[in-house]
Design a protein around this ligand. Structure first.
Ligand SMILES: [Zn+2]
Length: 309
């Protein structure tokens, strides 16, 4: 099968080509990596049909981490998959069995109305359908080895998957985001995701090293799907994590700290995008980056409060 049986599914969360789920098909068996929200579960089920698979063929639903843009639809999806196990980091499992805390904290961020619009129903998953892998554990999709490895930095409940067959890594949010709007002749552009509340720069660097250690031919990101040039983008990630932390520290003792960080992140990335050969105008770039940079600034602000030296 072309592309090693890896099919990106656009969940259409917020906008198109922003949030991906991936379907992996192998010899009549299937797995999903991240699922989006309840609002897009039919798209995942349609992808099975399009690839001549039944719901009963799905063996694994991997959640790289339990942030609701990737995991919110798991409860609804699992109800429809008779044979699948949900593969969740041990720190995330309890939140899938009882999602009330995830819901409450997201409702605080978005407000009830926007939360309902963005995420729909967040349903619990039956405990016996959940498998929490150890760091380094290998799961077999038929004879295809999927190796789980824990990656903190973005969130403590995060893991990545090394897929030996395609020599690729499914990185969730651990290898940042690469939006297709920023592709240029130079290739892809990468941006760290320093979201609240568990961003940790040292662990974020370690996660990049752990991913690059496999020398993957491709990395599949949750935002947005396949990138190549993995070594170059890994080194860009290291540089940008350092830049982001330096920017945060610059405003450590200032008032309106988060606003300053947001503005500086924006101008820094604007500059980087220009040297990357991005031809979008300033307003378009700002528009694309706005909500993610807000989240990044909030995460850096939180990190300063809790952990900065
Ligand atoms: Zn995340």
């Amino acid at each position: 099968m072309s592309n090693f049986g890896i099919i990106p599914i656009d969940t259409n969360f917020i906008r198109s080509k922003y949030n991906a789920s991936h379907l992996i098909c192998h010899d009549g068996k299937a797995a999903f990596v991240d699922v989006g929200t309840s609002n897009n579960i039919e798209l995942l089920e349609d992808a099975l049909t399009d690839n001549n698979l039944d719901k009963g063929d799905v063996e694994f639903v991997f959640l790289t981490h339990v942030h609701l843009d990737h995991a919110g639809g798991a409860g609804k999806l699992m109800q429809n998959l008779p044979n699948a196990k949900l593969i969740v980091h041990p720190y995330g499992a309890k939140h899938m069995i009882d999602p009330s805390k995830l819901i409450a904290s997201s409702e605080r961020v978005y407000g009830k109305n926007l939360f309902n619009q963005l995420f729909g129903d967040v349903l619990p998953v039956e405990e016996q359908k959940i498998l929490s892998p150890e760091d380094g554990q290998e799961l077999l999709l038929n004879n295809r080895t999927m190796r789980i490895f824990y990656t903190e930095g973005h969130a403590r409940h995060h893991y990545c998957i090394y897929d030996e067959y395609s020599k690729s890594v499914f990185s969730g949010d651990s290898f940042g985001m690469s939006l297709r709007e920023f592709d240029s002749k130079k290739g892809s552009f990468i941006i760290p995701i320093t979201a609240p509340t568990q961003f940790d720069p040292n662990e974020a660097h370690n996660a990049i090293d752990e991913i690059i250690k496999y020398q993957p031919d491709a990395i599949y990101l949750a935002h947005y799907s396949k990138i190549e040039q993995t070594e170059k983008l890994g080194s860009d990630m290291h540089d940008l994590i350092d830049d982001f932390v330096d920017i945060a520290l610059l405003y450590k003792n200032e008032g309106k700290r988060m606003e300053h960080i947001h503005k500086k992140l924006q101008s820094h990335l604007m500059h980087k995008l220009r040297s990357h050969g991005c031809i979008l105008d300033d307003a378009q770039i700002k528009n694309i980056l706005q909500s993610d940079l807000y989240v990044n600034a909030a995460g850096l602000d939180f990190w300063l409060t809790k952990h900065a030296p």
